[in-house]
Design a protein around this ligand. Sequence first.
Ligand SMILES: [Zn+2]
Length: 253
Amino acid sequence: MFTLSAHDRVVAVVAHPDDAEIMFYGTLRIWRDAGADVTVVAATHGTNGVPLRDRLAGTRLDPRERPAENAKSFRDTGIMVECLGMDDGTLTPDIELVSAIEDTLTRHRCTVLLTHAPHGGNDHQDHHAVARAALNAATRVPSCTTILHGRPHAPHQGFTPRVLIDITEYLDDKIKALAEHRSQAGRYYLGEPYTRWRAAGEAWNTLPGHAAEGRAFEALTPSLLLVSGAEIRARLPCTGPTPFLRSTEGTPV
Ligand SMILES: [Zn+2]
């Protein structure tokens, strides 16, 4: 029943410059190729995305480096990429973060918000902060009628998928996009083995028949989902204004 509409204005609000690709690269590509406006917004520039020992040894990332990797991973897709330029590692869902996200959703007249899971177990603290701030901000953006959360890559995440998006045709592109994050090279969740395992695993856990056919998926769960009456009627086998109503004789009325 859930559909990806060409009329949607999709905004993916995430904490770090690689999060959108990990959680919903294929989903965003499908939406964009269907004709929707799609924007990825990373709250932070991710300069603290280096191991602690390297940071202590003086390794620093340029604030432009990871946003540039983000933009490169979506190049030639028609998907816009923005960065709010905040510091990573210490995000909190305070007035600054909530207001920045609200401004972004309003500016893009967002109809569909994709973000982190608000109860993602031991997921990164910045992911939790962005999820809570985005949910807060979206309540004041009337155009935003659908909110979907992506599966965290942390273990023990307590995430239950309710929406599966078939990204089989985009899986190879997703692997290439993740490889563009060269400053983060070596992290398991950006590598091809994990990406293929995760995309197949979503279906083995929920729709094993589809997994057996080699399909690949991204898993989402909604906290708000609006399906219009027109979409419902378009999918029903019979036409008429009240197809569910029947007379006591069993004749359609
Ligand atoms: Zn992240």
